[in-house]
Design a protein. Structure first.
Length: 320
């Protein structure tokens, strides 16, 4: 089967769904078995995929067969052939190759449709907007990073959450409700991704390094270029990722044991690679967001002083 036939096979998603009494001309209940959808959150698009704005899942024909018929990827492909190409002869080797390609496609999910939908929901939700105000995150920053709001209702538990897009294919959701025992939900891949990676390669001469996404959003709220590691476990990823080594990096990790160890490890890396760095102690608070919330004016002034210090250093180097 060539690639055209493969794509042609996937184009039968609408027919498959409608054969299961699903009206694809309007929103319908999500077919993800782990999502207790009562609000008709899934929609069919002409790219031959369905997107759920409740749980964020994106399914093609094979995914849909897996979900509805409770079978694995290889069996889903075989059933798709049986339903739509029953006379087509496919070798085991071809099946293995196509299943592999489909797995790669699923690993490269695109949540952008969901991000835009969730961003619109945030604009309409008073609780979500008030929560971000209490964290002192500016409207400009909310729009810049396309922050959203969604009510996730998984079998394992639900949460009303601020959604922070990490990449096109991964996000972090922070529960803003006192209900339930789930504080954070992270989609697959978000644990190992650095937030706002473009801050490492833009033309701004400095970059703050912090741990959490809300800490990064705090720096961005006061116009300070920043990244969030997502976890101190991502230090190796930071070392290997593309970055401008002429920047001045300002360490603003959490004031706890893990943050202290990460701080020392990064300083060693910077020294070994002749990269300029400075320290920022978060005004003695646990993390940058707490500093912004508790002492906003002092936080802003301290950041401005550091930026001025960086700019003076750059001018001195240019004169040498």
């Amino acid at each position: 089967m060539n690639s055209f036939d493969y794509e042609s096979l996937k184009s039968n998603l609408r027919s498959y769904l409608e054969s299961h009494n699903i009206n694809t001309s309007k929103m319908f209940n999500c077919i993800n078995p782990n999502h207790r959808d009562i609000n008709a959150s899934m929609k069919y698009y002409d790219d031959n995929k369905v997107y759920c704005f409740g749980c964020g899942e994106c399914y093609n024909l094979f995914d849909a067969i897996c979900a509805i018929e409770n079978v694995g990827p290889k069996e889903a492909f075989n059933r798709a052939l049986q339903y739509f190409y029953h006379e087509q002869k496919i070798t085991p080797r071809q099946i293995k190759k196509i299943v592999k390609e489909d797995k790669i496609e699923k690993e490269n999910k695109d949540y952008n449709k969901a991000y835009n939908y969730w961003h619109k929901k945030l604009k309409e939700n008073k609780q979500a907007k008030e929560y971000l105000r209490t964290r002192k995150i500016s409207d400009k920053t909310i729009d810049k990073f396309n922050l959203g709001y969604n009510e996730f209702d998984f079998i394992a538990g639900g949460l009303k959450a601020i959604v922070i897009p990490i990449t096109n294919s991964s996000y972090t959701a922070r529960n803003i409700s006192n209900e339930g025992n789930v504080r954070y939900y992270k989609s697959k891949g978000s644990h190992t991704d650095i937030f706002n990676k473009k801050a490492l390669v833009n033309n701004i001469p400095f970059c703050f390094i912090c741990e959490g996404e809300f800490d990064c959003l705090s720096f961005e709220t006061v116009n300070a270029n920043s990244i969030a590691l997502g976890s101190t476990c991502n230090i190796e990823k930071f070392k290997n990722i593309e970055k401008n080594k002429n920047k001045v990096y300002i360490l603003a990790l959490d004031n706890d044991e893990a943050g202290g160890k990460a701080n020392l490890e990064l300083k060693e890396y910077f020294r070994d690679n002749h990269i300029k760095f400075l320290d920022f102690d978060n005004l003695g608070f646990k993390d940058p967001n707490q500093a912004l919330v508790q002492e906003e004016d002092n936080f802003r002034n301290s950041i401005n002083q550091i930026i001025e210090r960086v700019n003076r250093k750059i001018k001195q180097d240019e004169m040498m």
